[in-house]
Design a protein around this ligand. Structure first.
Ligand code: DQA
Length: 156
């Protein structure tokens, strides 16, 4: 059986993790976060691909490419684009790519503009506030969803 393939998508300035506002985002670099995630993926038998970009169009291209490549789902930290990007939302819907929205920080404890997400209502689920572990929890939740094990949140 071929492994489940998952895209990890990271948006603007997440390449700066480690030195970017460490009081909010911690001291782990993106490479360190991805290495931790790769270990979880290996244990789950999941194949990861990764794109980080600070450019909206590059993130959108990566979503469409993932669909063409038969990727099954995505772990998405769209960073600031979470709060602004209709284009990213439309791309995820267009690709029909099940995804979990991820944030290192608990966005609901922060400024009001971060309480708005253009992705949450079309995401499988949301994980925020656990630092690097947010990605791992999101991956586990996504795989649970893809394998049909999750009871799922009720459609309201
Ligand atoms: C973030 C939260 C966003 O509000 C912010 O713009 C980011 C990072 C997080 O991971 O906590 O860039 O997505």
């Amino acid at each position: 059986m071929s492994p489940i393939r998952v895209l990890v998508l990271n948006g603007p300035s997440l390449d700066q993790l480690g030195r970017r506002e460490p009081e909010l985002y911690g001291t782990a670099t993106l490479d360190e976060i991805l290495a931790r995630l790769a270990a979880v993926a290996a244990a789950l038998g999941v194949e990861l691909s990764h794109t980080q970009s600070s450019h909206e169009g590059a993130l959108i291209d990566a979503i469409h490419e993932a669909r063409r490549a038969g990727v099954a789902g995505a772990v998405v930290n769209a960073a600031a684009y979470t709060h602004t990007s209709v284009a990213l939302r439309d791309a995820l819907l267009s690709a029909a790519l099940p995804f979990v929205e991820v944030h290192l920080s608990n966005v609901w404890r922060r400024e009001a503009f971060r309480h708005v997400s253009l992705l949450s209502d079309v995401a499988v689920g949301i994980v925020a506030g656990f630092g690097p572990a947010s990605y791992e929890l999101a991956l586990r939740g996504l795989i649970e969803h893809l394998l049909g094990g999750a009871s799922g949140s009720p459609e309201v």
